[in-house]
Design a protein around this ligand. Structure first.
Ligand SMILES: *Cc1c(COP(=O)(O)O)cnc(C)c1O
Length: 386
């Protein structure tokens, strides 16, 4: 039985192996392990790729979020609205600067932040909203932007899963006040370790971030503010430059796989995203009321499906202080019980994708029959053409 892996970076790196080796070797020869030329080169190339004026590289996606909030002076007493259905880093950035995290339920069809829910959560202390383009599916930035502007909120996009995604035909860097990206190895554009970047059209913000990431200093041993140590290594910048050249074609392949899934899958809820927008397809996530059984069924047949994410941040021990029991955010909680991420990435062949589709469809039918006997509800089957 052939396995269908969730992720296979070795095979993806194979096609660019010579370029990667050369890039690494150049850095070793230069011995400039921080602030070597590839760092600024990558920043310029990445800013252009996402349609923003400036990119500031930092140590991780979490640092990109945290440092931007710090640069804006967000701190104790301020509130930041985040979608509850996200990776915990979105919450942690808000807590790291001492602000209050205000999680809201997402739109139940797109799983992303909803403008009307956002409006209801805004209070006198709200300063920032962090729309997360979860799974690489763009949020509805127009309606979110209108609400944020009307209430004087800053928009910090969490684009950690959305390198190359487009909203209404534009790259994401065109929107909001800043966008945070992660280059964690398994992301669509992944480094050889942790790395991140903030992109923005605001030159003043970029200047503050350049200080914050480097002990508050732009000139050696002159420290204007109290900063951190959060820099992207030259090695990672060099690797990311090589991989950035392939990103468009890798994302295109992800889009083809998503189209196969959209057309072939039956009996599970499919992803929905705003019109004229292009997800980056970091993950391909379906929903089923029989998620756990379906996951087991797929794993038994060698198909590596996963769950993103099984426990929402507001129900983690780390966020006991929020005092939000089960039932506080019903949409998010239901998603955590029903979402299933199918294998997705440029490492997959058409045959592997077909095998995933067939196996899901057969599994859903079997489990559905069992479920009807047990009195479970069948999921709606939502679809949208690409
Ligand atoms: C990966 C991720 C982050 C954090 O990025 P790191 O580089 O791992 O710190 C933040 N938000 C979301 C939505 C992510 O998926």
């Amino acid at each position: 039985m052939e396995r269908v892996p969730f992720l296979d970076m070795t095979s993806v790196h194979q096609e660019i192996r010579a370029d990667l080796d050369q890039a690494v070797s150049n850095v070793v020869d230069s011995a400039q392990f921080l602030y070597g030329p590839p760092v600024q080169q990558f920043e310029e190339e990445f800013a252009e790729f996402v349609g923003a004026k400036h990119a500031v590289s930092v140590g991780s996606g979490l640092a990109a979020l945290t440092l931007t909030l710090r640069a804006w002076g967000i701190g104790p007493g301020d509130e930041v609205i985040v979608p509850a259905n996200t990776f915990i880093a979105t919450f942690l950035a808000v807590s790291a600067v001492g602000a209050v995290v205000v999680p809201v339920d997402p739109d139940p069809s797109t799983y992303n932040l909803d403008a009307s829910t956002l409006r209801k959560a805004i209070g006198p202390r709200t300063r920032v909203v962090i729309p997360v383009h979860l799974y690489g599916q763009p949020c509805d930035l127009e309606s979110i932007g209108a609400v944020a502007r009307a209430h004087g909120l800053k928009i910090l996009q969490d684009a950690a899963q959305a390198h190359g995604a487009r909203y209404r035909q534009n790259p994401l860097g065109v929107y909001g006040d800043a966008a945070a990206f992660s280059f964690y190895p398994a992301k669509n554009l992944g480094a050889f370790g942790d790395a991140g970047a903030v992109v923005t059209n605001d030159g003043d913000l970029a200047t503050i971030l350049r200080k914050l990431r480097n002990y508050g200093s732009e000139v050696k041993y002159v420290h204007q503010i109290q900063g951190e140590n959060s820099r992207m290594s030259t090695l990672n910048a060099a690797v990311l430059r090589v991989k950035l050249r392939r990103l468009e074609s890798w994302n295109h392949r992800r889009g083809e796989i998503a189209l196969h899934y959209q057309q072939g899958l039956r009996g599970v809820d499919l992803p929905i995203w705003p019109p004229q927008s292009e997800p980056s397809w970091h993950l391909y996530v379906v929903q089923s009321p029989h998620r756990n059984q379906l996951l087991q069924y797929l794993q038994d047949l060698g198909i590596e499906a996963m769950v993103h994410y099984p426990i929402p941040p507001h129900r983690q021990a780390a966020y006991q202080n929020l005092a939000m029991p089960w039932g506080s955010l019903p949409v998010t909680e239901q998603l955590s019980r029903q979402v299933l991420s199918l294998p997705m990435g440029p490492h997959l062949s058409d045959e592997q994708v077909e095998r995933v589709i067939e196996t899901v469809n057969v599994g859903v039918r079997r489990l559905g029959v069992k479920a009807m006997r047990g009195g479970w509800q069948n999921g709606r089957n939502r679809r949208q053409t690409i």
